[in-house]
Ligand binder design. Structure first.
Ligand SMILES: [Zn+2]
Length: 639
């Protein structure tokens, strides 16, 4: 179904978070590098929810607290300090990070603030040892150009990145502190984006501006996008942490679809005359109905001493099976609430029964037990009694919300672009001043200095890439969007005799195609690529050897390019060496030449290539083989 976004009144705000490639973290001198090695220290903390200035306690924060979770923080003696442990106050704001943020602000035509004040934003999931995230407004206003008109930027902030979640084990949640404190720039557009394509375009454009500074980190997880999406009559939905830019349009499209369908469900419920009071927290123990069930999930639960409870949703029949997004039904939304608030694995509902081993006999028994007729829906959950009760309460709450339409929520995304409930939207008053960090005054001189260092705008670069460097328009476009844009320009200016097209295809296409073949390309460092083109310019290798060398260093990241060349035995050979090799092979295959004549060059070429592949340009090999074969034919006919 094609949706008419302007008729629906779609409004999307985009928030981009990009890690900055600074030497140090935002509030201490620790490096901004993620660690692969196992941590040297572990410590445990409980977080307590605190009241905001207005005395409110975030309901989700309180809920997390009541779950009694323990946070285990993984740390390193040599790259994490007491600031990340929250055992020492934060240091001054990192000036390098401020300069980068100011540069981005100027590129986006925003107004930098006079004085930077750090604020605390409450976080409740343990991802920060302090229980809050530090954030500071750097600039206000500004805009980004789009074919559908200027898109206003609201704020540009500097933030500390959160700790990395490594996993969960019962009540323990593991976080690694290497990421905590890495500077992030946050750019928020006004909520004025009008359609899915525009959202993706603007995200791409902002990403490009960020990369043009040459000061941003690259690779999975270094850029994350939040969306807030609403339609007329719907609600503001926040979707957090999208890592793939190419998924943004799909996520917006599916979220609009979900809101449209939730409004349809609301209208249908009102038509059926359902009222909020009809949905009551009456949970019926129907464990005995399933004493001999063929449903494995329920049978196992009962074996463990768990219970099965049912909740009647009056006149909801047919609506739980109604699809909101591909593969996600209204029943799936109810199950999300049951999982989050009750900690259960999931639920069954009558719109999908009989099924999953539950017989029609069991279904009619359970309907009788809760006095449900065929126009009602029934939800059942099997688990520990206390969990089941919390889960069914949440299901009843969510069902009541269906009468109003779309509840405000924070949602996470699935790989196919659909979304799931992750928590209620936090209240407004979540910020308060950070008194441990001094405010920083931004001088006119500092801004002027940065203004002089601004990179050329993308349109100018594009023209230069095509006209001066001779890149195809397609490749120039890819290069402009590349995380290695900076490296590309550096390599082109350093290696004048290497074709810019070869450098661009290596950085963009060769690495991508290796990634598709499962090569761990994240291990390829800038230093590897710099050394690679140095070897190429010196004639140590042929360009054909590039993929092999990159694959080798990706699989052996401690290895230098020189070492890789040696290990692979692909040191380039000179024309003279090639010449004598070809002569040797031609002499050994005289019979073949006598039989095939000129056509013998092809099989001979194959034999030569086996020995020299990747060590010299293939065209030179072909030329040499053809020449020597015909010389041989001439000399044997003339004698
Ligand atoms: Zn530190």
């Amino acid at each position: 179904m094609k949706l008419d976004y302007s008729a629906l009144g779609l409004k999307v705000g985009l928030e981009m978070h990009q890690q900055l490639d600074t030497k140090h973290k935002l509030f201490c001198a620790c490096p901004t590098r993620l660690r692969k090695e196992s941590p040297s220290v572990n410590f445990r903390r409980y977080l307590r929810p605190t009241q905001s200035e207005l005395g409110e306690v975030d309901p989700a924060a309180l809920f997390e607290f009541k779950r009694g979770r323990v946070y285990v923080y993984e740390s390193y003696d040599d790259s994490v300090c007491l600031v990340e442990h929250d055992e020492e106050p934060p240091h001054d704001l990192n000036p390098e990070a401020i300069d980068i943020a100011l540069m981005v602000a100027l590129m986006l035509h925003a107004r930098p603030v006079d004085e930077i004040h750090v604020m605390r934003k409450i976080v409740i999931d343990g991802s920060n040892t302090t229980g809050f995230q530090r954030t500071a407004i750097i600039a206000l206003g500004g805009y980004v150009d789009d074919i559908e008109g200027k898109v206003p930027i609201q704020t540009i902030c500097l933030e500390e990145d959160a700790a990395r979640k490594m996993g969960e084990k019962e009540k323990e949640v593991y976080y690694r502190l290497d990421r905590l404190g890495i500077p992030l720039i946050e750019i928020a557009t006004a909520p004025v984006l009008k359609n899915p394509e525009q959202v993706e375009r603007v995200a791409y454009k902002i990403g490009q501006i960020l990369r043009m500074t040459g000061k941003v980190k690259r690779g999975i997880g270094t850029i994350r996008q939040d969306l807030n999406i609403s339609i007329k009559g719907g609600a503001k939905i926040e979707i957090k942490g999208v890592q793939e830019l190419g998924l943004l349009a799909k996520i917006v499209e599916y979220e609009v679809l979900r809101q449209v369908n939730l409004l349809k469900i609301r209208d249908e419920l009102l038509k059926r005359g359902v009222r909020e009071d009809d949905i009551v927290d009456e949970f019926v123990d129907i464990t005995d109905v399933f004493q001999n069930t063929k449903c494995r999930i329920i049978a196992n639960a009962i074996k463990r001493g768990h219970v099965v409870y049912a909740l009647k949703l009056p006149k909801f029949s047919g609506l739980l099976g109604f699809e909101l997004q591909p593969g996600r039904r209204f029943g799936t939304e109810l199950a999300d609430y049951a999982r989050f608030w009750g900690g259960v694995k999931g639920l069954f509902h009558t719109d999908e029964l009989p099924g999953y081993g539950i017989s029609s006999d069991e279904v009619s028994k359970l309907r009788t037990r809760v006095h449900a007729n065929l126009s009602d829906a029934v939800v059942i959950i099997a688990d520990e009694e206390s969990k089941v009760i919390e889960a069914l309460k949440a299901v009843a709450r969510r069902a009541k919300m269906a009468l109003k339409g779309v509840p405000e929520e924070t949602r996470g995304y699935n790989p196919d672009g659909t979304t799931h409930y992750s928590r209620p939207r936090p209240g407004a008053a979540r910020m308060y001043p950070e008194t441990d960090v001094r405010p920083i005054f931004i001088t006119i001189e500092r801004l002027e200095k940065i203004r002089k260092m601004l990179p050329e705008p993308p349109e100018k670069k594009f023209e230069k890439f095509v006209k001066v460097y001779g890149l195809s328009r397609e490749l120039a476009k890819q290069m402009l969007a590349s995380y290695r844009l900076d490296l590309f320009e550096k390599l082109v200016s350093r290696h004048k005799s290497v074709s810019p097209t070869l450098i661009a295809t290596t950085l963009e296409q060769t690495i991508k195609s290796l990634a598709r073949d499962g090569v761990p390309v994240d291990n390829i460092m800038d230093e590897h690529l710099e050394e690679l083109f140095e070897c190429l310019e010196k004639g140590l290798i042929a360009k054909e050897a590039i993929p092999k060398i990159l694959e080798y260093v990706a699989r052996n990241p401690e290895c230098t390019v020189l070492k890789a060349i040696e290990k692979l035995g692909i040191k380039a050979i000179t024309r003279e060496e090639l010449e004598s090799l070809v002569k040797e092979i031609v002499d050994a295959n005289i019979a073949l030449i006598n039989k095939l004549g000129e056509r013998a060059w092809k099989p001979i070429m194959g034999m030569v290539m086996k020995r020299v592949r990747g060590r010299i340009d293939g065209r030179i090999v072909a030329e040499t083989v053809r020449r020597i074969v015909s010389e041989k034919i001439k000399s044997s006919t003339s004698s």
